[in-house]
Design a protein around this ligand. Structure first.
Ligand SMILES: [Zn+2]
Length: 96
């Protein structure tokens, strides 16, 4: 897990570093891992994807969410989450 932390950027809102304890893998498929992270400083929730490639680890842009880990688990139980699902979720949250 600390490998991921090394590649993870700071909180997009307040620039605080995430701690290992704030990270949770919500989905992993092949080389792609999806993380949910809670910022302890500003209480933002962020989704981040990590893609393991030949050149090392690549992180994708964090997606802000107001879903808590608990909410997301409920959501996650219903079906397999893909990156497209997350983007759809992001759009849905923006429409609120
Ligand atoms: Zn923050």
């Amino acid at each position: 897990m600390s490998d991921y932390l090394k590649f993870m950027g700071p909180c997009p809102i307040c620039n605080s570093r995430f701690n290992e304890a704030d990270l949770e893998i919500v989905s992993q498929a092949g080389n792609v891992s999806l993380f949910h992270a809670d910022c302890i400083s500003c209480k933002s929730s962020v989704f981040m994807t990590f893609v393991k490639g030949e050149a090392g680890m690549v992180t994708n842009v964090g997606i802000l969410t107001d879903l808590t880990k608990k909410d997301f688990r409920t959501f996650n139980n219903s079906k397999v989450i893909t990156a497209e699902d997350i983007l759809e979720l992001h759009k849905a949250l923006k429409r609120k």
